[in-house]
Design a protein around this ligand. Structure first.
Ligand code: HEM
Length: 127
């Protein structure tokens, strides 16, 4: 499965598509069932591509950091939390419940995920 982890482009594509679908569903006045179903499909691709990167590179990154791969593990955890908050926002919005606090938490976990990804040691390294 090395084609999944040879570059980070596939993974980046999946989360960019997911964010676009999520924002479309989140700002729409009505429930967009089709978009939300497509979004769930993209979550799976995101987890598969992220999981492939994790399995391929975790050990190397840990060795380069005095044996600690904790930030790499946190990247996966935060990536999954982003998915959780997207689902939470859409579910609450569809029920007409307030979503303000979830938008703030979503923004924080998204920023942390981007930071951890872009400082992870492979692909793009901005930090
Ligand atoms: C919306 C959710 C997510 C966002 C915004 C995101 C963002 C990113 C970014 C910006 C990178 C760096 C790419 C590069 O350096 O070229 C990355 C890499 C990575 N992602 Fe995600 N990701 C998300 C979800 C996930 C999930 C669900 C997983 C695990 C199942 C995951 C696992 C990984 C791994 C292991 C890497 C490699 C880290 C590195 O060394 O740079 N991500 N992700």
């Amino acid at each position: 499965m090395s084609f999944l982890a040879s570059t980070t482009h596939l993974h980046i594509t999946t989360w960019v598509v997911a964010l676009i679908l999520f924002f479309i569903a989140a700002v729409s006045a009505k429930k967009l069932t089709g978009v939300q179903m497509a979004l769930r499909g993209v979550y799976i691709l995101m987890i598969i591509t992220g999981g492939a990167l994790f399995m391929e590179h975790r050990e190397t990154v840990a060795l380069a950091n005095n044996g600690s791969g904790m930030l790499y593990d946190m990247k996966v955890l935060f990536g999954i939390l982003v998915i959780g908050f997207m689902e939470m926002i859409l579910a609450r919005k569809n029920k007409g419940k307030s979503v303000n606090i979830f938008w703030i938490l979503f923004a924080i976990v998204l920023l942390v995920t981007l930071y951890l990804g872009l400082s992870g040691g492979i692909g793009f390294n901005l930090f």
